[in-house]
Structures are given as structure tokens and as C-alpha cells.
Design a binder for this molecule. Structure first.
Ligand code: F42
Length: 153
């Protein structure tokens, strides 16, 4: 199920502006390929909307908690760890997806893809001691159908 609740706009003006532009037009500002992640606040339950670089391959998306090479993880990362069911807007499409951390060879392959899309990630990683988390977003597994004759309500 996609997160729902009261929307709390970002306190950062340029992030808020990009969110509003993405929702109005489906496109990032200044021609950037950007997606819009919606998470439920881990502590408040409020809806948080976060523009992130668009990294996608074979129907899967990657999101990179780079925070411009800061030594702390972004808040949205804590939100996703607490509630991996998220919404992602990519252009006109709004997708309900589930996040999981990428590790090992899978992470390496996705890190290369992400750095091809947005080469600044390389510099961000060299600036911080933390390993920048990379999460994969995939469609939620289908709910099992109720057994025949099993009441649904
Ligand atoms: N950030 C990235 O990390 N990776 C990207 O690829 C990326 C691309 C990008 C493209 C366009 C653009 O405009 C911005 C881009 N950013 C990218 C920046 C990104 O949009 C975020 O601004 C940044 O990652 C920081 O994320 P943040 O979640 O820390 O956001 C801060 C500024 C923020 O708005 N915080 C709110 C606040 O009130 O301070 C929300 C905090 C929140 O979610 N609180 C949770 C709650 O319960 O409500 C609790 C969270 C916790 O830590 O427990």
C-alpha cells in the first residue's frame, strides 16, 4: 500500500520548488531527469516528498542517499528503512514500489549505472566516510488470492 497521510513540504526552498515543478509538469528543473519519492515520516508519519536523480534499468529504479556527500544520511533514508513501501513519480507515471538495500555485486553494478547518470556521485562518495546507501525500488509482490470459498470480509 502506498504511504498516505498529511503532506509536509520540505523546509528547503529549492527542494520545495523542484517538488512543485515535478508535480505540475512531470519534469525536473533545468532539464534534469529527476523522480519524486514519497515516504512516510519515520517519526511523524507525515508525507515527505523528495526529488532524486532518475536511475532506472529493466523496470527497477535505484535511489542514492548521497546528500551531496554529507557525513549524515538524509532523513528520507530513515523513512524508507522504517517503511519500505513508497510512491515514486516518474514523469506522468506514479508507481507503488517497495525498497530494499542493494549489496555486493548487485550494488556495484547499480552504483556504476548511477554514476553514469549523475557523475557527481563519485565526488560525493570520496567526500564522506560513510558508504552512500543505494536502494532498489521494485513493484510490490502480488497479494496471494484468497482461497476459494474463503470469506474476504
Ligand atoms: N539527494 C540525494 O540524497 N540523492 C539524490 O540523488 C538527490 C537528487 C536530487 C535532485 C534534485 C533535487 O532538487 C534534489 C536532489 N537531492 C538528492 C536532494 C534531496 O531532494 C533531499 O533534499 C536531500 O537528500 C535531503 O533529504 P532529507 O530527507 O534529509 O530532506 C531534508 C532537507 C528535509 O526536508 N527534511 C525534512 C525536515 O523537516 O527537516 C523532513 C524530515 C523527515 O523526513 N523527518 C522524518 C519524519 O518522521 O517526518 C524523520 C526522519 C528521521 O531521520 O528519523
Amino acid at each position: 500500500m502506498a504511504p498516505d497521510g498529511e503532506y509536509a513540504p520540505s523546509p528547503v526552498p529549492w527542494v520545495r520548488e523542484e517538488v512543485e515543478h515535478l508535480e505540475r509538469t512531470g519534469a525536473g528543473l533545468r532539464g534534469r531527469a529527476v523522480v519524486l519519492l514519497t515516504t512516510a515520516g519515520a517519526r511523524t508519519g507525515l508525507l515527505r516528498k523528495t526529488p532524486l536523480m532518475r536511475v532506472t534499468h529493466a523496470g527497477v529504479y535505484a535511489i542514492v542517499a548521497s546528500m551531496a556527500g554529507s557525513d549524515r544520511h538524509p532523513h528520507w533514508y530513515a523513512n524508507v528503512l522504517a517503511e519500505p513501501r513508497v510512491t515514486l513519480r516518474d514523469g506522468d507515471e506514479v508507481l507503488s514500489l517497495v525498497a530494499r538495500a542493494a549489496a555486493g555485486a548487485e550494488r556495484s553494478a547499480w552504483w556504476s549505472r548511477a554514476c553514469t547518470v549523475f557523475p557527481s556521485y563519485v565526488g560525493y562518495q570520496s567526500r564522506t566516510r560513510r558508504q552512500i546507501p543505494l536502494l532498489l525500488l521494485e513493484p510490490a509482490p502480488a497479494q496471494p488470492a484468497p482461497a476459494p470459498g474463503h470469506p474476504t470480509s
